[in-house]
Structures are given as C-alpha cells and as structure tokens.
Write a protein that binds this ligand. Structure first.
Ligand code: ADP
Ligand code: MG
Length: 730
C-alpha cells in the first residue's frame, strides 16, 4: 500500500468524533451579526446616508461621493467593532469562485500617526490589478484595467476580520467581466417589463423581484483520504477508481440519520452561515453515500446567489475543523449519483404577490396564468440556450447519467395545470367567447385551485424544469456552478416573452377586443406554441430522447456546442434587445468558457497520466513480479502436471496485468500525442471541440484499464484510497 493511503487509513481509524462549539441558542440571537444589513445601517448611518443606500437598493438610485464618504465612515465604525482589520471588494469572475484582494484599513497621517482609513472612494470603486483573470479579449494588455464597483443591493459583511463588499467587475469601457453584472441587468429588465404587465391586473404594483431558493448538494470525504488522492486534490473528482460493492443500491443513505461527524460539521457551518445572514432551513442526506444537501429559505435572486457562493466558501473552510473535505464537483465519483444545485425560481411583486402562485380569485388566476405561460413560452423558445447555460465540463459528466435529467430541456407542470392549459387551448376559440364561456373558463380555473395544491408533492424528479406549486425548479444546474449564469438567461428569456405578451395583448385591444379576452387569446397562442416543451413523462427514458427529437427539441450535444449557442442569432437578439449583454460581451464570454474548458481537460489529462504512470503501473508491475516469483517457485517444486494445474490462475493474472499495463501505456501515448496536436489548433472554440472528441476518449480508456487492475491487484498494494473508503464516513 502506498504510504499515503496507509497513513490516511490509520489516521481515520484514530479519529475521534469532535463535538464543536455551537453558538448559544436561539439562532435569532446571533443571526446576521456579521452583516451590515438594513437594521445595522440604520444604527450606524445618518438618516440622510441611510436613505441614500435604501433608494440605491430599492430603486437603483446613484450615490454621490459625499454620501459615499458618510456611508463608508459608518461601515468602517461597524466593521472595526466586529474586529475587522482589512476590507475587500468581493466579486465573481468567471472561475465559479469568488475573488478578493484585501487592503488593510491602517493608514498614516501627514504627522506620522496611524489611523484606520476607509473613504467613500474605497467603498464605491476599486481597480484591483486583476489582469490575470480571463477576459475573452475584452481587455487588451495596454488597458488591462478592470474595475470593481459596489453593489449596494447585496449587504457588506465581515468574514475572517475582513469587511467584504459585494461588487461587480467591469472593464475600463464598462463591459462585464463577471457573472454578477449581467445578472443585475437581467433582474432590472425583468422588473421593468413584469411591472408593466402587472398593471393589467393591479395598478398598485411598482416593482417585481425575482426570487431564488438554491438547494445545494455536496459530498463530504475524510480529509486524510482526500490528500491521498491527487485527482481529488487537483480536479475535484476521482479520475480513476472502481465502484464499491455497495454504494447506493439499497437507498439506505437517502434521508437517513445524519452521521454524527457530519452533523457536527453541519451545525458548525450553519452557525457561521447564520451569523452572515444566510437563512439555512433544510439539511438532509442525499441519495449517494456521503452525499448531503442543504437549502436556505428563498430570497431576492442576487442576494440568494451571493449567499450561495459565500456558503460554499464557508463550508469549505469549516470542513477543515472536522477533518473533512467538501466536494462540490458535479460528478466526483463515477457510477453513483452526482450533485446539482436546484434553482427554485419565482417572481414576486412589491405588493407581496407571488406571480407564480395560483390565486384564489378569477382575477388573480388570470394573472398567475399570464406569468406562468410567459415563463413556459420563454423556456420553450430558448430551450437549447437555457440548457446550454448549465453546461460545463463537470456537469456534462452528470447530465444524462441515470440520476440527472438529460441535456434536453422540457417542463413538467403536473396533471392539474396540464389540464388547465389544455382546456384553455381547446375551449377558447379564435372567435369571441360568449360571456358564459368566459365565466365558465374562469370558474373552471378557480375550481381547480384545490387540486393545484396537492401537486406540490406530485413531483417528477426526472424533469430538468418542473413547476412545484408556486415556483419553477431548474434542476439541471450543476453543484459547483455559479447559478448567476442560468438565472440571467432565464430572467432575460422570460422578460422577452413578457414584452411580447404585452405587445400582443395591446395590439388586440387596439382592435377593440376587451382586455380579458385579449389576454385569454394570447394565453392560448403562447400555450399552443410552447406545447412541444411540456412533458409529463419519464425524462430519463430512452423513448423521451427519441420523442424530444421528433418534437423538435434540440439536445445539447456537447459542452463546446453549448457554448456556441450564445452566439446563435436568436440568442444575440435576446441579450442585446434587452440590454443584458452586447455581442462583444457574448463573444468574450464564449471565448472564456472555452478557455476554461480546455484548461480543465488539460489538467485532468495530466493528472490521469501521472496517476497511471507513477502510481498504477508501478504497483501493477510489483504485483505482477510477485506472481512471477510465485510461478517460478511452483515450477521448481511441482511436477509438470501439478504445475499446469496449480499455476494456471497466476499465469492468467500475469498476462491480464500485462495486457492492462500495455493498454494504459498505449492509451497514454495516444493521449499525449492528441494533446500535442490539439494544442496547435488556433482558437479556444475549435480546441475545445477537439479536446472533447480527441482527448477525452483516451482518458476513458486509460481509466477502464486502471479500474480493471484495481480489481486484480492485492488490496494491500493499491496506492489510492478506494471508493469504499472514500464513500463511507464513520
Ligand atoms: P425539495 O423538496 O425540492 O427538495 P427543499 O425544501 O429542499 O425542497 O428546497 C426548496 C427550496 O425552494 C427552498 O430553498 C425554498 O425556500 C425554495 N422556495 C420555496 N418557495 C419558493 C418560491 N415561491 N420562490 C422561490 N423559491 C422558493
Ligand atoms: Mg431538497
């Protein structure tokens, strides 16, 4: 056994389950203490400064420099009281992680004394020398300046003695270099157009927010075992490894009792999360062994996404104290379930109405159906783009496997709403409805409300996009990803359909059709157009793949092809018409996605090579030599007949091992050659495609032989922690 695996196994054998210090209860006593939230702001800011921040949050109003100085002063006082020594602009570049560059508050006056300094300028804008982040060509080296600018809608917080200020990250010309900027633009666009449409139903609505509840799945492994696996360390997933005899077949892990070690870890990170204002509600075991999930209460989408990213950081840090490592990778273990990040999405008005909640009156139901149908129409129109928005190297390993929806978009709405939609299409004819018919339809819709509610539990787990009573749940999103991207696409696509809906209704009204009738007619049109995307059956089945194709739904063929979909004419029109991303920004994004994709495969390919040649092959040779020695010994001891009988199994193993070693060597030779060739290809898009087609298959081949060897070779010699060790935390 390699010294690393042996040490790791010894170490976990000795590990005591450590209870942790948990903040005193009730949670409300320490909830949000490290956040500069509205309540705290009111305490630390003058009424004037407080008003300025609030109108920036609620109405997007600008904050002038003088006011910024006042706000910074209040923020500084609070942060120093919370123990902060540094501040940082906290932003989301394209790395799926957050970025930060810390500056200390400490400064010197002219007379040489020191003091804590934090000006309005430092709060509002910074120019981190972040020129190494991928920019897709948006920043030339001669103006490699990237600016971070304060996002007041997400409150500042103190973490690790550092005041963190959520910011956007843009180029000198204001082009988005991050995930947050287009997300904020899409939220504003949706707010604008949805508010407009709401006025058909309620003149008092002045704003619409997009709400998001993010369920986060993850794996936990012992940190000693993690350290003994170079693949986990460098790529976040096991690149080799045979499945364990037992994993999730018995489904005994799902919703089972949480192991004490994990429970302490959960309580610990939950406490940290509460202090940072993250309202975690749910925790449970997931389907795969060592797989878990947590979910906060839903909140405004921009905040929900910041909180999710912060939560991932917290979980990683807290796990150290428990000798655990958290794997957010979408598919850390081959052959068992991967992890997702389910995005529960809805829209709510400033009057407190969830636009995706079926109402109690005919009027509110009409409003519900309007927004519900606009969302469906949006998902239909941009089904390929929306599915593409969740694609990544990691997620491509998960989607279409037996536990996750395939890379084909479809919507599940449940039987009741399915019938409601059908009845609208069938019963509202093009001719004007009689008043009786109208009442009947309205009452019909109303009459179905009690049946809509039980649909809450009538879940279809195989659908990538499901309506669950008062929200849509986008389940194809990957567990490690920043869901700002898919949510930006969704918000934008829905905004586009809302605009279209309103235009159609207005046009009908101009021809003297009454408002309600115009809405019904438009609903009918939108529903019939969207029919192909509505699917209530088993999304994992092979029949669905065939049927989806017949319906004209485009499957996302590969990750590089997913990236291309941003540059299709319909996508460019979508993003530019609503002012979310310019064509240049889109091109830059695609370039960056391809670059990251290529680099990730490069790293994986190198790690596979290292594991195969420096870990697996030498072990295989050692075991083979032991067998050879055994056979030679038998040869001396035994008669020929006895030898033929007793040495045959060993001889077979010797040959088999030789065969697998040969496969690995050849596979690696091809892998390296292909990489060399592919690296010559100009342009990341082409290179990404070539990596997928020419490099990935060799990695799979090498894995196959290495995993076979794992089953033959003496367990004591095997260099890497095995699945059965990684997957069962005691
Ligand atoms: P599930 O049964 O899907 O696993 P969970 O309770 O784990 O449900 O997570 C559901 C998530 O959906 C939570 O984050 C919850 O706050 C969120 N959610 C509930 N209602 C809404 C809504 N109207 N809009 C957005 N998210 C919502
Ligand atoms: Mg859940």
């Amino acid at each position: 056994m390699s010294i690393f695996r042996q040490k790791a196994l010894e170490e976990i054998g000795r590990r005591p389950v450590k209870p942790v210090f948990v903040e005193s209860t009730p949670v409300s006593g320490h909830f949000g203490i490290n956040v500069f939230d509205r309540k705290t702001m009111q305490q630390y800011l003058s009424p004037e400064a407080f008003g300025a921040v609030i109108s920036a949050i609620d109405k997007g109003a600008k904050i002038d420099r003088k006011m910024a100085d006042q706000i910074a002063a209040g923020m500084k006082t609070w942060a120093l009281e919370r123990g902060a020594t540094h501040y940082t602009h906290w932003f989301h570049p394209f790395t799926d992680a957050t970025a930060e560059k810390h500056e200390s508050f400490i400064d010197r006056t002219k007379d040489g004394s020191v003091f804590e300094n934090f000006s309005g300028n430092a709060l509002v804008q910074q120019e981190p020398d972040a020129s190494s982040f991928p920019t897709g060509g948006l920043r030339n080296t001669f103006e490699a300046r990237g600016y971070t600018a304060w996002d007041p809608s997400s409150p500042a917080f103190v973490l690790d003695q550092t005041l963190c200020i959520p910011t956007i990250f843009v180029s000198y010309n204001g082009e988005a270099l991050d995930q947050k900027t287009p997300l904020l633009r899409s939220l504003q666009a949706l707010d604008r157009v949805a508010t407009d449409l709401c006025r058909y139903f309620d003149k008092d609505v002045n704003a619409v927010s997009s709400m998001l509840g993010i369920e986060q799945e993850y794996f936990a492994v012992d940190s000693a075992l993690f350290r003994a696996r170079p693949d986990l360390q460098l790529t976040g997933r096991t690149l080799l490894g045979h499945i364990a005899a037992k994993d999730q077949q018995l489904e005994d892990h799902y919703f089972g009792a949480i192991p004490p070690r994990i429970m302490y870890f959960m309580k610990d990170f939950e406490t940290e999360a509460y202090k940072l204002g993250i309202l975690l509600r749910t925790r449970h075991n997931e389907v795969a062994p060592n797989q878990y999930e947590c979910a906060p209460l839903y909140e405004e989408a921009n905040l929900a996404i910041d909180h999710n990213l912060l939560l991932m950081t917290l979980m990683q840090r807290v796990s150290d104290r428990h000798d655990l490592r958290i794997l957010f990778h979408e598919k850390p273990f081959s052959g068992i379930n991967g992890s997702g990040k389910h995005c529960n999405w809805s829209m709510v008005t400033d009057t407190g109405v969830n636009l995706l909640s079926p109402g109690r009156t005919p009027r509110s139901n009409l409003q519900f159906l309007t927004f519900f149908v606009c969302a469906i129409r949006a998902v239909f129109e941009h089904h390929h783009l929306l599915m593409s928005s969740v694609m990544s190297l990691n997620n491509s390993l998960r989607l279409g496997a037996s536990e996750a929806p395939p890379a084909i978009m479809s919507i599940f709405v449940g039987s009741t709403l399915s019938d409601t939609l059908k009845s609208i299409v069938e019963r509202v004819s093009d001719k004007r409805m009689t008043p009786d018919e109208k009442t009947e339809l309205k009452l019909d819709v109303v009459g179905k409300i009690p049946e809509i509610l039980p649909d809450n539990t009538d879940r279809n787990r195989t659908s990538p996009f499901a309506f669950t009573g008062n929200r849509f749940e986008f389940r194809a999103v990957g567990s490690s990803s920043n869901c700002a991207l898919p949510m930006m696409v969704l918000n934008t696509a829905v905004a586009q359909q809302i605009v279209r809906f309103k235009n159609e209704v207005d046009a009908l009204m101009e021809t003297d059709v009454k408002k309600d009738e115009a809405i019904f007619q438009t609903l009918r049109k939108f529903i019939s157009e969207s029919e192909p995307v509505l699917f209530e059956g088993n999304g994992y089945s092979d029949e669905w793949r065939a049927e989806a194709e017949a319906r004209g739904l485009r499957r996302v063929e590969s990750t590089p092809s997913a990236f291309r979909s941003y540059l299709e004419p319909a996508s460019i029109a979508l993003f530019t018409s609503l002012g979310i991303l310019t064509e240049d920004e889109l091109k830059a994004r695609v370039e960056i996605f391809n670059e990251i994709y290529v680099k990730k495969i490069q790293i994986e390919a190198r790690v596979v090579g290292d594991l195969a040649i420096n870990h697996i092959v030498p072990t295989a040779i050692r075991y083979q030599s032991a067998l050879v020695e055994n056979v030679c010994g038998l040869k001396q001891l035994l008669s020929e007949a006895e030898f033929n009988e007793l040495a045959t199994p060993q001889l077979l193993s010797i040959k088999k091992i030789g065969g697998y070693i040969k496969n690995i060597r050849e596979g690696l030779h091809l892998l390296v050659n292909e990489r060399k060739k592919v690296n010559e290809i100009a342009g990341f898009a082409e290179r990404a495609k070539a990596y997928t087609e020419q490099v990935l298959p060799h990695m799979k081949e090498i894995r196959r032989s290495a995993d076979k060897l794992e089953r033959i070779i003496d367990d004591e010699m095997w260099p890497l922690p095995k699945y059965r060790e990684l997957l069962f935390i005691r």
